[in-house]
Design a protein around this ligand. Structure first.
Ligand code: CUA
Length: 384
């Protein structure tokens, strides 16, 4: 095989690796917004492919037909020079304008359609706040607040009001629709919906609590209290050290599970430990000043700088979707926040900092040792 062909194949293979599982593929829409955006993309793709095929064929034809077959020397005369053809040029202009029209029509219609909330339907509002490097989700009509994992009811349009607490981020659930920036000092919004029919059609490929056979995606824990789908989201705008770790998960629930989820989210924290153990756990939490930044509803931990930990034991992931929520991962995250998520403030202002020589030094008396880590892991994991 020629070397150039082999290199091309290698590059193509590498490019397709990213498309294998489709967890965040925009080409596998699961809602009306994503489907509409993909159909617009397909129109553009087919028009472009058509142009490529016609122009490419014509080029190949001309090269073959008008190729000079004699030996080329400095004395070879130039071929006869043409000076254009008005008819050809006008025809090409008209065809181009026509093709631009074919692309523009669904694009412009789509821009307005995507930019308008669905009428005649109740639209639920979720306020999304992007922070370095996690996500806060508030449901103003329901009195629910959660972090990094949130839920939406299937088949209902949702309006996301997008805000940033610090720098520019971008909210993106690829399988539900295109991304939108979160800008400091400016409010953006978009609406998305998960289509139950599309979800059902992709059932074998999505994570659900009752479908663990042959799943290609990481799945919900066995004791996860809700049945539903997990869609993956990602910050899509570079926002500092840990931008790549600023992920989130969107649970899509049917009506029954959705109602259950809302009730559960509204409730205060409840620990599955014995009251004494829970008390000891909270004491360690308080001693390490975790409550300065984190909220555990129903306790005196009322911080709002970091993610709400009220129901952290029931989340599927920790560290903004970066790690599966297992005791080992939680312990590692608590003890080494700077390693798991470089630059985050739990590390910088909580435990450690870099001195002027770039050496890591303890910031204060706050340092979680192994025995405290075990107590914290047990306590936090028990907050269901
Ligand atoms: Cu937030 Cu990238």
């Amino acid at each position: 095989m020629p070397k150039i062909l082999r290199s091309l194949l290698a590059v193509m293979a590498l490019m397709t690796v990213g498309c294998v599982d489709g967890v965040q593929s925009t080409l596998d829409p699961l809602g009306p917004v994503a489907a509409r955006q993909m159909s617009t993309f397909m129109v553009t793709l087919w028009v472009s492919l058509g142009i490529f095929a016609v122009v490419g064929s014509f080029l190949v034809y001309c090269i073959a037909k008008f190729r000079y077959s004699g030996e080329v020397t400095p004395d070879t005369p130039l071929p006869e020079q043409g000076h254009g053809s008005a008819i050809t040029e006008i025809a090409l202009i008209l065809i181009s304008v026509g093709l631009v029209g074919v692309i523009a029509l669904p694009t412009v219609q789509g821009v307005f359609w995507v930019g308008t909330e669905p009428e005649n339907e109740e639209v639920m509002v979720i306020e999304v706040t992007g922070q370095q490097w996690w996500w806060k989700f508030d449901y103003p009509d329901l009195g629910v607040t959660c972090a990094n994992e949130f839920a939406i009811p299937a088949g209902k349009p949702v309006r996301f009001n997008l805000k940033s607490a610090d720098v520019q981020h971008s909210f993106w659930i690829p399988r539900l629709g295109g991304k939108m920036d979160l800008l400091p000092g400016q409010d953006n919004w978009l609406w998305l919906e998960a289509d139950p029919a599309l979800l059902a059609a992709n059932n074998d490929q999505l994570s659900t609590a009752d479908n663990k056979e042959g799943m290609r995606f990481e799945h919900l824990p066995d004791d996860y209290p809700f049945q539903g789908y997990v869609l993956y989201g990602q910050c899509a705008e570079f926002c500092g050290d840990s931008h790549a770790f600023m992920k989130f998960r969107c649970l899509v629930l049917d009506d029954t599970n959705w109602q259950k989820w809302v009730q559960w989210q509204k409730s205060d924290a409840s620990s599955t430990l014995s009251p004494d153990e829970a008390k000891a756990g909270y004491k360690t939490f308080a001693k390490n000043k975790c409550g300065t930044c984190h909220l555990i509803r129903g306790t005196n931990a009322r911080g709002i700088v970091g993610p709400d930990l009220t129901h952290i034991g029931s989340r599927t992931s920790i560290a903004a979707g970066w790690l599966e929520n297992t005791p080992d991962n939680l312990g590692h995250w608590i003890q080494n926040p700077g390693e798991v998520k470089p630059g985050n403030i739990m590390w910088k202002t909580g435990y450690k900092r870099l001195d002027e020589n770039g050496e890591v030094v303890a910031n204060s008396q706050v340092e979680v040792d192994d025995s405290e880590k075990d107590i914290l892991v047990k306590y936090l994991s028990s907050l269901k």
